[in-house]
Write a protein that binds this ligand. Sequence first.
Ligand SMILES: C[S@@+](CC[C@H](N)C(=O)[O-])C[C@H]1O[C@@H](n2cnc3c(N)ncnc32)[C@H](O)[C@@H]1O
Length: 361
Amino acid sequence: MAKMSEIDNPQPESTGVRVQLSPNVPVEPIQTLVDTCTTGSCGCGCAANIEAITVEGAPDGPQIHVQGPLVSVESIAEALAHCEVPDMIAGQVGSMPAGRLSTAARQTAIQERYGRIAEMADQVGCGCGCGEVGADADVLGAQLGYTPDELASVPSGANLGLGCGNPIAIASLKPGETVLDLGSGAGLDCFLAARQVGDHGRVIGVDMTPAMIARSRHNAQSQGDRYANVEFRLGEIEHLPVADASVDVILSNCVINLASNKRQVFQEAYRVLKSGGRLAISDIVATREIPPDLREDVALWTGCMAGAASIGEIETLLTNVGFVAVSIVPQSGSHDVIREWGPNTPLTDYVVSAAIEGIKP
Ligand SMILES: C[S@@+](CC[C@H](N)C(=O)[O-])C[C@H]1O[C@@H](n2cnc3c(N)ncnc32)[C@H](O)[C@@H]1O
């Protein structure tokens, strides 16, 4: 298993490339152009995916070092084209050593992925999947244990096929309860919870991707007053925009695996729960040590697979934070779903979906 410290505190490095410029190019004007690009002041959006960029003098001419999770030489050339630099590029010197992605780089990659999915949601039967686009959302929902009635009851576009379990099925929600959904996506579990807690209950969905929040709010508004007891808040689950001791039940479906600092997520969950409040979470967990090359694969991380912590680690984190009656039960059959996300990856050897429960005493 990856060590707890690796999951909690990833090293601040990332992948990237070096680009060699022609020998006669002076460093300073290049630095100015690059600064313009990376601050976005040229307005071309070419800074997307770039975390850090520096220009250094070298015997054969200046080298641009670009760091970012999704950076390739082609993307750098495209970006620099906006900045009138490309003619000066002599070629790639070499890739920077692969290292751990910074938390910020991961958050950006996650927001980009789920932002794109939210924007695609109008396409019929999006079924975007945690892994690859293409699965049918309702088929996946049925595989995860949602009933046809439940799937038919939610607003169109609320189920994007992004879950890995059915937290509602283990939540035992009661009328009048206040429910919080961590990483609420387009709102599937919030809308189902809203029906169970009724008019005297309340449901709050939190998601850090603006396009996803816009999507879930649109889904709620499309039903008039029917979901007046649901609200969606933009925010990170590591910094919940929710008052202390105000929530009865925390739901989450396939989200905590994406978080770099899982301890902080559980601390926040503990803070906002009332005494006696409970966790009802579906998430991807690791059953064997995930090899470093798979852990560092950005697409596998944003696709809910590479960031999974082990069952033992989650149990320790939850217990250390203060939860009692912690239970983590792997869901037999979830491998069929996970296999569809990444048919060409060996990750079903390493991860499984699990039902995670615990109580704040
Ligand atoms: C795999 S999707 C699951 C969405 C939803 N729970 C469902 O089942 O349809 C993950 C969602 O979590 C959100 N997310 C990921 N990391 C987050 C974080 N640290 N804070 C808040 N939201 C996050 C993403 O924007 C995305 O909408």
